[in-house]
Design a protein around this ligand. Sequence first.
Ligand SMILES: Nc1ncnc2c1ncn2[C@@H]1O[C@H](COP(=O)(O)OP(=O)(O)OP(=O)(O)O)[C@@H](O)[C@H]1O
Length: 769
Amino acid sequence: MATSDQEQQREQQRVDRVIEQVKERAQQTDDLLAKAHHETDVIQKNYGDNNSVNTFEVDDRIETNAELQQQKQMVERAVESEAILKRQVGVLKDLSNSPYFGRIDIQDSPDEEAERLYIGTASFVDAEQNFLVYDWRAPISSVYYNGTLGQVQYQTPAGQQTTELIKKRQFQINHGQIKNMFDTNETVGDEILQAVLGEQNDAYMQNIVATIQKEQNDIIRDTTSDLLVVQGVAGSGKTSAILQRIAFLLYHSRASLEADQMVLFSPNRLFSHYISEVLPSLGERNMRQVTLAEFLSARFQGLTVESLFERYESDRQREQLTPAIRDFQESADFMRQVDQYCHQLPADQLRFTNIVFNGEIFFAKEVITKIAAALPAAMQPADRFLAIKNTLIKRLKHRIDDEAQADWVNDIIDQLSDEAYHDLLGSKRRGDFQSLDDEVFYIGKQIVTKRLRQVYDAIYNGYFLDTYEQYNDFLAQVDRPTTVTPDQWQQRIAAYQAAVEYHRIALVDCAPLLLLRDVLTGSGQNRRMQYIFVDEMQDYSLAQLLYIKHAFPLAKFTLLGDSEQALFKGIELPQQLLERLKDAFNVRRANLITLNKSYRSTEQITNFAKALLPDGDQIQAFTRKGDLPKVMIRYGEDAALSSLRSEVEHQLKATNTVAVLTKDLAESKQVYQYLKRYTVTTLMADSDRTMPQGVIVMPIYLAKGLEFDAVVAYDVSATNYPDADSVGILYTIASRAMHHLTLLSIGDVSPLIAQLDPTLFTIEHQVRV
Ligand SMILES: Nc1ncnc2c1ncn2[C@@H]1O[C@H](COP(=O)(O)OP(=O)(O)OP(=O)(O)O)[C@@H](O)[C@H]1O
C-alpha cells in the first residue's frame, strides 16, 4: 500500500537524522582506524628489527625466541583489531547510503505503547544506547520476514516470545534518499522485489537481506537441523539463501563459530568469485570454498583425479562406464561395503609395502606384516594402524641410537662448524650433559635423525600401507549386484589398475578409495568444521556426499540442489532424494525445504524454461516482464555462426555480458575461434576465477550457478538435443538468462523445443534459397 507524501517526508527526516549520526560514527571509526594502522606499523617495524638480531649466541637466541613469539602475537592482535575496524568502517559506509530497509511496529500488550523498530544490514546504536537500526539477524527481525499483521511469535535466546505486529513497512533507500516506501502485510511485497530484480546485473551476486522471502527465511534461520536439504528450482535463491544463512549463523553463534569453520562446496571457481562479495557486504568474512575437484585432488597428491567436467566430456564421446557399474560404485551400499571390508580385514591381508631409504629397503613389508599380526585381532583398524606406526617409530629410534656412533657420523661431527654444532644442540646447552661422550652421542643422534627424516615421514604419513593395492583387493571381493556381469566387473578392475599405473584415478573410485584409506589408517577427518554446504548437490554422487560427511564428522550439513538441472544423471524426486540422504547420513533431525518460485529470469524466460520440463508446472515465475525468448533456425554452420555474431553484437548494445553457452567444450572452442575474429571474446576454462565483461563462451557445466544478462544457447538442434535425456542441460542453459534468451539451432530444432506451446517464444527461420 502506498503511503502518503507527508508520511514519506517524516520518514525521510528520520533517515536524515540517522545518517547524520552514522556519518559521525564513521568519522570517529576512521580516526581509530588510522591510529590502529599506525600502531600496527610500529609493532611490525619493531618485530622486523628484532627478527634480524644476531642469533649466533645460543643463550641470546633462546631469549630472542620468546620475545619474538610475544611480538608476533602482538602483530597478529594489531592486525586483527585493524581488520575489525576496517570492517566497521565498511559497514558504516553502507549504512550511510542506506541505513535500513524495513520497519515494524509491535505492541507487546494493549496497555503498552507500540514500539517502532527499523531493520537494516547491521545494528546501529546511538550514544544513549538506543537501537536506531536493528540487525536483520536479530531475533525480533524475524517478524519482518515471517509475520503477517496480527499476533506473531519469534525465537529469542530466552525462548519464544509473542507480540502484536501492527505495521510492516518497506523502504528502498539509495544515497540517503527514500526511493520507494510501502506498507504491506506480505513478507516483502512485489513492488520492491520488482525494482531490485530489474536492476540486477551479473558481475557479482548481491545480498538479498532487504527482500528475503518467507521460505528463504526458513532456510536462513534453521539452527536445529543436522541435515537441511533444499530442493529449489533454477533461480529460486538457493545460493543466495545459503550465503545469508552463513551470515545468520555467524551472528547467531558469534562466540563459538568462526567463518573458517564453514565450508562451501561450490560448482566451479568462477562461481566462487561471483559470490565472493555477498558476505563482506554484510560485514562478515567469507567461509572457506572448495570445488569437489580441488577437495579430491588435495587428498590424492601425486595422482591426477578425473574431474566431473572431464567425465562429462568423455561421456559425450561415448566412453562412459556401464550405467549399472556407475550406479553401483556411486551408491551408499558400495560405501557401506568399503567400511565393512575395512573393519573385518585380518592383519595378514593388509597390503603393506616396503619403506625404502636411499634405494634400499629400510623396513621390509614382511616385517610390518609381522608387527600387525602380533596385535590383538579384535583391534579397530585405526588403533591397529596407530600401534603399527608406534612400533615402527620405536624401531626407527633404536636404529638411530645404534647409528649415532657410526664412523660416518663421527666424521661429520669432527667437521662441524661452531654454528652448525649450536644448531644441532637446539634448546640444549653444553652444561646439560654429564659427559662429553653424552654430548657427542646427542649430536650424533641429531645428525642421524635428520638424515632419516624421510623414513620418519613415511611412517608418520602411513605410506607403508599400499592403499591402491588394498582397494584393488576390495574390488576383487566386493558383493556385486546382478546387473553387473563378472566380465564387466573384471574390465572395470583392469581399468582401475591401468589408470593407477598412469597416476590417474577415475571419479567413481575417489570416494570409496578415500574412505578405505581413512578407515584403515585412522586419518582424513576434520573435526573442526561445524557447517558444510554443498551447492548443486545433484551433481554429487551419494558416495561422494557420504565421504564428505565422513571427512567432517561433527559438521551439520546443508545440501542444495535442483534435480531438474542434473547435467550428469537422470532427474530424481526431492522427497525420494531426502529419504535416501536421511537414511545414508543416519541423522536425527533432517529437514526438506522446497523453493518453487524463480526470481532470476523474466516471466517469459521462466515460462519457456519450465515448459521444457516434464513436471515444470510447479515452477512459478516471478512477474517481471521481458521479451519472449527467440529461437533462430539456420541451415549450415556458416549461416549459424554469422547469425550468432550479429545476435551477440546486437545484445551487447543493451547489456554488459552476453554468454554463449554450448553443450560441450568442442563446440565452445569452435564458436570462440569464430567470434574472436569480430569481437572481444573470452573462452572460459575450468581454471578461470574471474569473469570478464563482453562476450564469453563456455560449456554449460562451467556456467553452473551463474547468471548472465543475456544468454545465447548455441546449437539447440535435434542432433544436439535429440531426446528427454538432454532436458536437464537445455533447462540449465535457458535458466542462466536474467533478461534475454536466444536459442540458435543448426537445422531442425530439438524436439524438446519443437513440442512447446508456440506462444512461449518467437521463431525466426532462415529463408532457404
Ligand atoms: N529474495 C530475493 N530478493 C532479491 N533477489 C533474489 C531473491 N532471491 C533470489 N534472488 C535473485 O535471484 C537470482 C537467483 O538466485 P540464486 O542464484 O541464489 O538461485 P539458485 O536457486 O541458486 O539458482 P540456480 O540453481 O539456477 O543456480 C539471483 O540474482 C538472486 O540475487
